[in-house]
Design a binder for this molecule. Structure first.
Ligand SMILES: N[C@@H](CCC(=O)N[C@@H](CS)C(=O)NCC(=O)O)C(=O)O
Length: 199
């Protein structure tokens, strides 16, 4: 299978971490969605990355669908539990990570320079509330969900790393020491090290 994307995209990194953790062999094709002749729209009509292309040539998107697909394709190590309550809790972590990344993308790209202070404040509040929810939910555990590594850890890890590189002015560690310690542990995993974007 092939993954289309760029290193800097947080959602691409999420999928790459999952591919590494699951031990899949895959071809990583650097592909920006909006340049002329980009291969991305051929596999994703929405022209967004990441896109996974299966061996039969089918495009799989977006990152949530790819992660679900990969986790089902190979049973171990399981990253999304099957039991319904546990599954909801892990996917909620994913929603928090994606939501923090979404707001970070919006602020850091500042798509529309005419955006108001109120708009920026609304995006910042999403990040701040998301971080507070993660810190509370993590508690004193070593992992985000119960006692084992899962997509919940990946989601927190990729979103916080992206926040650090894209909005370094957001100082979140002081108020969220458990999350800060979690990111140190996660950064030591091979999957995080191998997918770290170049500075
Ligand atoms: N919810 C999507 C978000 C994907 C996304 O927004 N990717 C960005 C790159 S970080 C993109 O392809 N943007 C190009 C565009 O929107 O035209 C996912 O989780 O895969």
């Amino acid at each position: 299978m092939k993954l289309l994307g760029v290193d800097r995209s947080p959602y691409v990194r999420k999928v790459r971490i999952v591919l590494e953790e699951k031990g899949f062999a895959y071809e990583y094709v650097q592909a920006r969605p909006s340049v002329p002749d980009s291969p991305v729209p051929q596999y994703n009509p929405l022209a967004k990355i990441p896109v996974l292309v299966t061996d039969s040539g089918q495009g799989v998107y977006d990152s949530k669908v790819i992660v679900e697909y990969l986790d089902a394709l190979e049973a171990e190590p399981r990253l999304i539990p099957q039991e319904i309550e546990a599954r909801m809790e892990v996917r909620r972590w994913e929603a928090l990570g994606d939501g923090i990344a979404d707001a970070t993308v919006l602020i850091s790209h500042d798509y529309d320079r005419r955006q108001t202070d109120e708009w920026h404040q609304r995006q910042r509040l999403k990040i701040d509330r998301g971080l507070a929810a993660m810190e509370k939910s993590l508690g004193d555990r070593a992992h985000c969900h119960r006692e084992r590594f899962s997509l919940a850890d990946i989601s927190a890890g990729y979103a916080l790393a992206y926040l650090d590189t894209s909005l370094p002015q957001v100082e979140w560690r002081g108020a969220h020491p458990r999350l800060a310690a979690l990111t140190v542990r996660l950064a030591q995993r091979d999957s995080f090290r191998r997918t770290m974007p170049a500075a």
